[in-house]
Design a protein around this ligand. Structure first.
Ligand code: AMP
Length: 282
């Protein structure tokens, strides 16, 4: 596995790979890897000749007062896990190289896809995500890029951007990987105390109960949201940021459940936000 920090060196390495006919698959992450990231890497390994992982804690996607400085980091551990997964190139740039002095260019998807749900609590978040993903695509020039459905809205925004800008990359969405007890894996789970982590299980159990209601014929969104709201409100340390049922493509809220309905939840515990989602009818 090669580790490259320099942008030009990375671009040249990827250009050479493309020129020699290799298919590049790419998994962008913020590091502190877990099984969720590894599932993307394993799929990427199957689909490409050259598997590229980036680790970059992207400052522009964090708002003021969010956890940028506290975000967990462990490069040595990540490096060992990346090798284990068969990563060929690990791109590990410095923030100053990605955003040098005078940096002034941003890519933003406009409209409801970025202003609803996470966009309400984190108004500058997706602009940071789409900017860095565009830059990473320009550096790595992947044929395929893999993203987790754990960040459902992010996947929708990146898919929109890739279509709108005619980027020659296939975006692949991958299933949510969970801990044995159902908690969706996240680098941020290390922040949770034992007690709060126990309370956080309500996210998954609420999604499961909602899906059960829908599969048993409940099509009234209001009824499912009432159940969800009261379950989440039972946990003393979790503050509900949103609980919504939306169309999986447009992310617009719906009144009636159908096969395209997805439930999306976000709660905060102090500075930590936990998000989860699930289809209601599989
Ligand atoms: P992050 O390092 O949190 O920015 O995540 C990097 C990529 O891994 C994103 O595409 C995430 O959606 C994906 N990811 C994070 N957690 C999970 C999970 N539990 N299951 C599947 N994919 C995940």
């Amino acid at each position: 596995m090669e580790i490259i920090s320099d942008i030009k060196a990375m671009q040249n390495r990827c250009l050479a790979a493309r020129d020699s006919g290799q298919t590049i698959s790419f998994v962008p992450t913020m590091g502190f890897l877990h099984e969720g990231h590894l599932s993307l890497l394993r799929e990427g390994r199957k689909r490409g000749d050259l598997l590229v992982l980036s680790i970059f804690v992207n400052p522009t996607q964090f708002g003021q007062g969010e956890d940028l400085d506290l975000y967990p980091r462990d490069f040595e551990r990540d490096e060992a896990m990346a090798r284990e997964c068969g990563v060929d190139l690990l791109f590990y740039p410095e923030a100053e190289a990605i955003y040098p002095p005078g940096y002034a260019t941003y890519v933003a998807v406009e409209g409801p896809l970025t202003t609803t749900l996470e966009g309400v609590c984190r108004p500058t978040h997706f602009r940071g995500v789409t900017t860095v993903v565009t830059k990473l695509f320009t550096i790595v020039m992947p044929h395929i890029a893999l993203f987790g459905r754990k960040d459902f809205q992010q996947l929708a925004v990146i898919t929109r951007m890739t279509t709108d800008l005619n980027l020659p990359v296939e975006i692949v969405g991958m299933p949510i990987i969970r801990e044995q007890d159902g908690l969706a894996m996240s680098s941020r789970n290390v922040y949770l105390s034992k007690d709060v982590r126990q309370q956080a299980l309500v996210l998954n159990s609420t999604l499961r109960q909602a899906a059960e209601m829908a599969q048993n014929g409940e099509s009234d969104v209001e009824k499912i949201l009432t159940m969800a709201g009261s379950r989440l409100a039972n946990e003393a340390d979790l503050k509900i940021d949103y609980v919504k049922i939306c169309n999986a493509q447009s992310l617009e809220e719906v009144d009636t459940i159908n096969h395209e309905s997805v439930m999306l939840l976000a709660v905060s515990v102090g500075k930590t936000r936990l998000i989860d989602n699930g289809n209601l009818i599989s």
